[in-house]
Design a protein. Structure first.
Length: 148
């Protein structure tokens, strides 16, 4: 079934994307929750008109994301955390800690936009965080985990 997303959904698509999903997923979850609408002919026409009108706003948002990406490129973060004597972290470093460190540097980035190349960060060392600022703009941010 073809649907039009009304909001961003991780691993599914962005707002106003025309996507194809299984019928049951659309009818039982996405449409009742208000996340999507069926992609009828009239809904597709409305979508096309809305995209045309929103093109200028999207360009401005993308340019702001590119500017933020340029500022983030030279940045190096250091996350200090409690560790054992062997260098193992008690717990793990999460995207929340990266978001707080970025907020301390003057960047207000939502934690949901931050992911890691490695699965879990449980040892002291150097790692890379991937920050998705826009659907077309991503930044790889190196950071180091050190012992307190």
């Amino acid at each position: 079934m073809e649907i039009i997303l009304k909001e961003d959904m991780p691993r599914l698509g962005h707002k106003d994307d025309l996507i194809r999903v299984k019928d049951g997923y659309a009818r039982n979850y996405l449409i009742p929750k208000g996340i999507a609408i069926p992609a009828t002919a009239s809904a597709k026409k409305i979508l096309a008109e809305n995209k045309r009108q929103r093109a200028h706003k999207e360009e401005k948002i993308k340019n702001e994301a590119l500017e933020t990406a340029k500022k983030l490129e030279g940045l190096a973060l250091t996350i200090s955390t409690k560790t054992s004597s062997t260098g193992k972290i008690f717990g793990s470093v999460t995207n929340i800690q990266i978001a707080e460190a970025l907020k301390g540097k003057g960047f207000d980035i939502d934690r949901k936009m931050i992911s890691f190349k490695d699965d879990a960060i449980k040892e002291v060392g150097k790692y890379v965080a991937i920050i998705k600022l826009h659907r077309e703009v991503t930044v790889e941010l190196p950071f180091e985990v050190v012992s307190e």
